[in-house]
Ligand binder design. Structure first.
Ligand code: PEP
Ligand code: MG
Length: 325
């Protein structure tokens, strides 16, 4: 199955009834690009920039960051590259252990909160991104947005950096799209409002599931409760996609759920425009989409969402997927 899937790697991920999904890749380092391209990625849906900050004494400066972002953008040519601003804090602690431990890091000072609390660190990254943006087809997104104030604050910091660089005569190119990760229940519930000011959504299911089901994603004792097909998660996803469509903005998914073949038709049915995953998952997901119809997937999803427990829904989807593939 895998070998056959690789043969079709450069064909579009289009369902038999003509619904097209863009399949793109997740990376943590520029070195992963070759593998993405050889697996048929049409772009990058999530570049986790914080990995450059881990396991070292001092954070990378503007120049080092600029070079990394530029390298990624140039290697991808015209393909879209979505770069996420720093998602530090929580489980990703910068530097070597000198960070003070928070009692509840998943709910602590992480991601956009960390950046808004450490402005100079944030500005250095924004300047590096603005400068790199002339070298490719860049989009940018902010992680762990919980409400409109954070999005506005982050955007205004970006604009301040743009003005500052512009005044200094630095070439900046055209404006790029600025989106948000939708990965908290609050963002999912007010997705209609956020869609008015975000240029696109990318759903982070790893966190959305963690926070929706109150399951620490690092805690093995509760891992058995981590259910991507919990009805609350499906309803959240539906709400997010509906809000994006009504506002006319693209909606992607870049959490682990996006690359698991079991969920491919659920996501086709929901109407995601883009799915971002690790390189190795792309050919299989593509091959599933290419042999399925969206109409059929929608019937399956409707039936699944009439069920109630996560176990029932999961059993139903697995049985239906086995029957089809
Ligand atoms: C997510 O939360 O689904 C996500 C893609 O971000 P991360 O795994 O880096 O938190
Ligand atoms: Mg996340």
């Amino acid at each position: 199955f895998e070998a056959k899937a690789l043969e079709a790697k450069d064909l579009p991920a289009q369902s038999t009834d003509g619904f097209r999904i863009r399949l793109v890749g997740n990376i943590e380092f520029p070195e992963e690009i070759q593998s993405l391209l050889s697996h048929g990625a049409e772009g990058i849906g999530l570049y986790r920039t914080e990995f450059m900050f881990l396991d070292r004494k001092s954070p990378p400066g503007e120049e080092e960051q600029y070079r990394a972002y530029r390298q990624v953008l140039e290697a991808m040519g015209n393909r879209p590259v979505t770069i996420r601003t720093l998602d530090l804090g929580g489980d990703k602690v910068p530097g070597k252990g000198k960070h003070e431990k928070e009692p509840n890091p998943a709910m602590g000072l992480r991601a956009i909160r960390y950046c808004l609390a450490n402005r100079e660190l944030f500005r250095v990254q924004l300047r590096a991104l603005l400068r790199a943006s002339v070298h490719g087809n860049m989009r940018m997104m902010f992680p762990l947005i919980c409400g409109m104030s954070e999005l506005r604050e982050a955007r205004s910091e970006l604009e301040a950096c743009r003005t500052e660089l512009g005044r200094a005569g630095v070439p900046l190119g055209k404006r790029f799209q600025v989106g948000i990760m939708v990965e908290t229940p609050s963002a999912a519930l007010i997705a209609d409002r956020l869609a008015q000011e975000a240029d696109f959504f990318s759903v982070g299911t790893n966190d959305l599931i963690q926070y929706s089901l109150a399951i620490d994603r690092q805690n093995r004792d509760v891992a058995y409760l981590y259910k991507p097909l919990h009805l609350s998660v499906l309803r959240s996803l539906k709400n997010i996609v509906t809000a994006a469509k009504e506002a006319g903005i693209p909606v992607a998914m870049c959490g682990e759920m996006a690359g698991d073949p079991v969920y491919a038709l659920v996501l086709l049915a929901l109407g995601f425009d883009e799915l971002s995953m690790t390189a190795g998952q792309i050919p299989t997901v593509k091959s599933i989409i290419r042999q399925s119809s969206r109409e059929d997937a929608q019937r399956m999803l409707d039936a699944a969402m009439d069920l109630t427990t996560a176990e029932e829904i999961e059993r139903y989807i697995r049985t239906e997927m086995d029957r089809r593939l």
